[in-house]
Structure formats: structure tokens, C-alpha cells
Design a protein around this ligand. Structure first.
Ligand SMILES: [Zn+2]
Ligand SMILES: [Zn+2]
Length: 253
């Protein structure tokens, strides 16, 4: 997983510098405390996921790795493209599901309670959500026979995309809008973090925006500077413990 680690570190440095030098929102509150707690949660999640993946690979997978549906596909480039598209479609489907299933929303809401958005929001996910999003994905990888290289490539680009589209970087409006027809951009994802339900329930995709176009969930905000982040019923600041406890104690709508 060295490539993924490299992708994470370089994207944090790059978009961290860009959002500091060219910020979209001028936050009045000092975001350092929020930033640190989001990152600690990200570290806990990455530990849990790495242990889970290693355990699954060792217990169930070793002898038959890559002998799935794609095994007889003798076209490596086609394997890469299909693997990439299917993993991204899975992430779109998962994200849409957890927005529309009340029980799962309790956990995903942790991500949406951030009232400011910057690179640290990319790591603010409840551990239960991260764990359960990875189990079907690993099953899919196994069934399809997606190779480790194709998997790592997707995970690396996914990690970069997460940091990019959560960053507070003020990409010029026209460039952001143009790029949003291909990949998730900051303005595009700002709409998804809006307090208004109709915008919150749009832009589910995490990397390629073609899924929102196909499944009619695309919304590009004409005035992203007016967006208010967060969920209306939850205006408190949380530390890591508070974020992990939130699905069990919060009022849910
Ligand atoms: Zn969401
Ligand atoms: Zn987000």
C-alpha cells in the first residue's frame, strides 16, 4: 500500500497549501481543534481498515487471489478500466444507500456534521461506516478477480479525490464547473454538504461524476458561496469520542 500512502501524504500537502493560500470560505473560527479530531478519526479508521484487509487476505483469500470473473480477461488495460469503473460505481451505490437508509444515515451523518469543510473533512467518517463500506467492496474485488494493482490504483486516486473535493481551495468557478463533468470538484461536493435536503441528496459520487449524470443525482450549485454546511439539528463541536458516540446519542431526522 505504499502508493496509497504516498497519494494521501502528497494530496494533504498539496491541497493543504492551496486551501491556505487560496481559501474559498474565510473561516472566522479557529479550525485547528476540529482539524486534529477529524485527522485522529481518520487514523483510527485507517488502522481498522488495514487490520481488516490483512485479516481477510490471510484468512480467506491467499490461494485464489485474482481468480474471479476477470481472471480470463487477457487484456490488462480493459481489466484496469472495468475494475476502476465497477469500484467507483460500488462507492456511488453505497453512498446513495447510506443517505436513504435511516439506520446507516446515523453513522454517515458524522461526516455531514462538519460545519466547515477543509482537507480534514475527508477523514471525518465514523469507523462503523468505513468498516461496513469495505466488506462488500472486498467481496466484489474477490468475485471479480480485481488484481491488487488495479485495486491500489483505484484506492490511491480515490484518496486524492477525497482530499481534493473536501478542500477549501477556491478553484476558479468556470474551471471547477468544467471539471465537474468528469470528476468531483470542491464546489460540486460543497452542494452535497449543504444543509438543504434537496442538495444534500445529490452528488453522491466520490470520483467520477458520470454516475450522478446516469442516475440523475447531479446538481451543480450556481452560487456555492451561499452554501451552509452541516445538519440543522446538530450544531455542536465534537471531539473524537463525541464523533464516535454520535450515532447512538444524537436526535435523528
Ligand atoms: Zn454524504
Ligand atoms: Zn463529503
Amino acid at each position: 500500500m505504499e502508493y496509497k500512502s504516498l497519494a494521501i501524504v502528497s494530496s494533504i500537502v498539496t491541497f493543504g497549501i492551496l486551501e491556505t493560500l487560496v481559501p474559498f470560505f474565510q473561516y472566522r473560527q479557529n479550525p485547528i481543534k476540529r482539524f486534529i479530531h477529524n485527522l485522529i478519526l481518520g487514523l483510527i479508521n485507517s488502522l481498522v481498515i488495514n487490520v481488516t484487509v490483512i485479516l481477510i487476505l490471510n484468512l480467506f483469500w491467499k490461494p485464489t487471489l485474482s481468480q474471479g470473473f476477470f481472471y480470463n480477461l487477457n487484456l490488462p488495460w480493459l481489466h484496469f478500466i472495468l475494475s476502476f469503473l465497477l469500484l467507483d460505481l460500488y462507492m456511488y451505490t453505497w453512498h446513495r444507500l447510506i443517505h436513504n437508509w435511516g439506520f446507516a444515515w446515523r453513522f454517515h451523518k458524522v461526516h455531514h456534521t462538519d460545519r466547515w469543510m477543509n482537507i480534514s473533512t475527508a477523514y471525518r467518517f465514523h469507523t462503523v461506516e468505513v468498516f461496513f463500506s469495505n466488506i462488500p467492496k472486498i467481496g466484489l474485488i474477490y468475485l471479480l478477480g480485481i488484481t491488487p494493482n488495479a485495486w491500489i490504483l483505484y484506492e490511491s486516486l480515490f484518496a486524492v479525490s477525497l482530499v481534493f473535493h473536501h478542500s477549501n481551495f477556491a478553484l476558479p468557478f468556470k474551471i471547477d464547473k468544467f471539471l465537474s463533468y468528469f470528476i468531483v470538484t470542491p464546489n460540486y461536493h460543497r452542494a452535497h454538504h449543504c444543509q438543504l435536503i434537496k442538495y444534500l441528496n445529490s452528488n453522491y459520487t466520490s470520483l467520477l461524476t458520470i454516475w450522478d449524470l446516469i442516475f440523475q443525482s447531479r446538481y451543480y450549485p450556481p452560487q456555492p458561496e451561499t452554501i451552509q454546511f452541516g445538519v440543522p439539528e446538530e450544531t455542536r463541536d465534537f471531539n473524537v469520542i463525541g464523533l464516535l458516540k454520535l450515532p447512538f446519542v444524537s436526535v435523528h431526522k
